[in-house]
Every structure is written in structure tokens, then in C-alpha cells.
Design a protein around this ligand. Structure first.
Ligand SMILES: [Zn+2]
Length: 101
């Protein structure tokens, strides 16, 4: 199982996040090396990335209508995911979604 971390890096990802592979406890944002760094800078990809790090909107929602239960729009839910990712920057987890082994 790959160890990964999500980080902000204004130079490489001014509006998004970098997912880095953690090797021997270290990671280096290297945008030119997709084997160790993946850029996630599309708003719509934030919920998927956040869910890998443990985030979950409490209700069933979808990208077309948002959440009918709490009336949150898709933009609101993306913001939730974004905030969660910011709070979990540099938290190391094990997951194979971004770097399958
Ligand atoms: Zn909801």
C-alpha cells in the first residue's frame, strides 16, 4: 500500500493540491514526475481526493443537484471538501488510488 500525503504548493498548484508519494518518510512536490506527484487542481476532483483522506458529506449528494437533504449546492460541497483537504495537509495516509502498486 502506498503512503501518500496531500500538500499545498503555491508554485505548482496555486488553486489546488498536490498528492505526493511518501518515500522513507519524505515527499517532494515534483510536478514533472507523475510517478511521485499528482496535481489535483479541478474543483470537481476535490470531493474525490478528500474522500481518500477520510472526508464524507453526511448525506447522499450528486454533482448535478448537490445535496437535497441539507440543500447544499455542489459548490458548497466542493468547498467542504476543499476545507477538509486544507485541514489535512501533510497528513500521511496509506492508499493505492493515486499510486497503484
Ligand atoms: Zn447534505
Amino acid at each position: 500500500m502506498a503512503k501518500i500525503v496531500v500538500v499545498r504548493d503555491p508554485k505548482y498548484a496555486p488553486v489546488g493540491f498536490l498528492v505526493c508519494k511518501v518515500v522513507n518518510g519524505n515527499w517532494y512536490p515534483r510536478i514533472d514526475d507523475t510517478k511521485e506527484t499528482i496535481l489535483v487542481d479541478k474543483d470537481w476532483d476535490f470531493p474525490t481526493l478528500a474522500s481518500v483522506f477520510g472526508w464524507e458529506h453526511p448525506h447522499a449528494w450528486n454533482y448535478q443537484f448537490g445535496c437535497p437533504e441539507c440543500m447544499r449546492t455542489v459548490a458548497d460541497i466542493i468547498e467542504e471538501a476543499y476545507d477538509y483537504l486544507e485541514e489535512h495537509c501533510e497528513t500521511i495516509i496509506e492508499n493505492d488510488k493515486y499510486f497503484p502498486e
